[in-house]
Design a protein around this ligand. Sequence first.
Ligand code: OGA
Ligand code: MN
Length: 297
Amino acid sequence: MPFTAATTSERHAAEPIEVIPSGRALGVEVRGIDLTKLGDAAFARLIQVWHQYSVVLIRNQRLSDQELIAFSRRLGDLDWAPIQETGRRFVEGLPEIYIVSNVKVNGEPIGSLGDGEAVWHTDMSYLEVPPKASILYSLEVPPLGGNTSFCTMYGIYEALPQTLKDRIAGLKIKHDGTYNSGGYVRQGVTPTDDPRTSPGAVHPLVCTHPDTGWRMLYLGRRRNAYLVGLELAESDALLDELWSFVDRPEFAWEHVWRVGDLVLWDNRCTMHRRDAFDPSSRRVMHRTQVKGEQRPS
Ligand code: OGA
Ligand code: MN
């Protein structure tokens, strides 16, 4: 079980970095670093830890948007954020920043996803080459709720019965680009609920992670997903069967946010979801997304 986290912490000899696994199937906290002053050796160690645990939490940061972008660029070129449902850019002049927020100014949301549940998903997998990483940084958090959970697609694949693994081997899945995880229609898209004709990208249903070499299930999101070549009903039944594994608590780690938390997740081998929260409280997060280097395969 390559994804299984050890429960002990370690102190790396060369760098003053503390690595504290969540004890869950994925997720780790790294302590003792300031992301604005991270040396190359510490950065290399961080990437190693990220590959091993898929999701890394770094607390107590104070980052400007430019510093968030500068750190994110160390992982690779950045994708531009999806455009707001209203058609506007989130931050003028900084197309890399995606704002996740329920806050409204003059009646207009400053960000995406509102205050409701965001269902399990992978970011922007409707692209031919989806981002390899997402980096979410918290500026304002509600006193309660709005927690974000992550699940391991390595662990979920590994847990499938062999007969199911055999049935899905070689299948391709359409990742829909119509709706975001909050249920909102993406900018410029005509909504449709026929996954065979909706915009999106087709990827292998089972992929090998290019850095770890581990096999994983690649589901993207449930709504409007389609297993290419199958009858719609057959595709939906098989997808429902696969998705029945996703909500099992043993595959997930839940993060309770504090201001100044930065979470870096591997967008290829994890999915995430967010709980709803009290609409009268404020939640403001800024996200970057690092371009993938190759099509999922
Ligand atoms: C995201 C996302 C959920 C959250 O930033 O990609 O899905 O917890 N965010 O805000
Ligand atoms: Mn997301």
